[in-house]
Ligand binder design. Sequence first.
Ligand SMILES: [Fe+2]
Ligand SMILES: [Fe+2]
Length: 324
Amino acid sequence: MNREAEPATPDGDARDSPAPDGSAADGPYVIAPRRVSFDWRETPLHWIPDEPTATHVINVLHLLLPAGERWFVRVFKEALPLVRDPVLLKDVKGFMGQEATHSAQHAYVLKHLAEQRLDTEPYTRHVDHLFEILLGEKPPFGPPWPPGSWLRFRLGIVAAIEQFTAVLGDWVLRADALDHAGADEVMLDLLRWHGAEEVEHRSVAFDMYQHCGGPDPVRYARRVETMVVAAPVMLWFWARGAAYLIRHDPRLAGRPRYSLREHNRAVAKGLLPTWSELGAAVPRYLRRSYHPSQEGSLRRAVDYLATSPAARAAAGAVGRTALG
Ligand SMILES: [Fe+2]
Ligand SMILES: [Fe+2]
């Protein structure tokens, strides 16, 4: 569905669009946070047994998301007064609640890593600097930006990053190789609960950008620009993050560092997404007619959330609260 033709109407989003696998979502879809919690006590450092590279490449999520998703919420809070559409406003508030929960849950994993003598603070300091200073409320340097354009740029960055979180979310829901490799069940549930919610709200940041991004062709040009900025920066932070974790892993002392060869070996086993799967997300996003409701399968995401131990426990907790 072409959102650019009707920027003020959030049609075509996850609320009412059919899932790309052809199944129809049932009626209006409500995006809301789930009050999940995870018990990390039994999760080993190498939560994919004998696969430190795949473990740590995926662990980079825990390095980037606490600060990154907190920043999404701040940027959206700043942009809330610009939202004129009540349906979009509801979706955006649900999105903010989900992202705040994701951020908090990934931060708990960092504590768990620290308890296993893998201190991530020297790395996350750089991530905090990126989101809090370089992408803060005011542009960090250079000539002043025209009014509103710094906020629009940051909304574009959020939408570009959300393209990848939707792709990764759908991937982890399909990644049976992680189960076959004996990956820790609690970590898998965290990744799949989060991935499913990313698929659930895959259209919200894009719709928000389209709604607040001003008229075309500048809005479309900024969509291209923000993806061109976001994709390589993310790749750089990811490679650096994986290298950091492998270098500081106490169980790998003296072993080889992060290498593309080991990474590709894990990809071949299905333990990491393929480069083409990730790369193809970029030209798709740059198509003028693009809308993220085409990404992944909402049906698969909803099905997972119905069986996720953490999401089910959260639903039970909410139900008990209501009864009490
Ligand atoms: Fe998230
Ligand atoms: Fe998200």
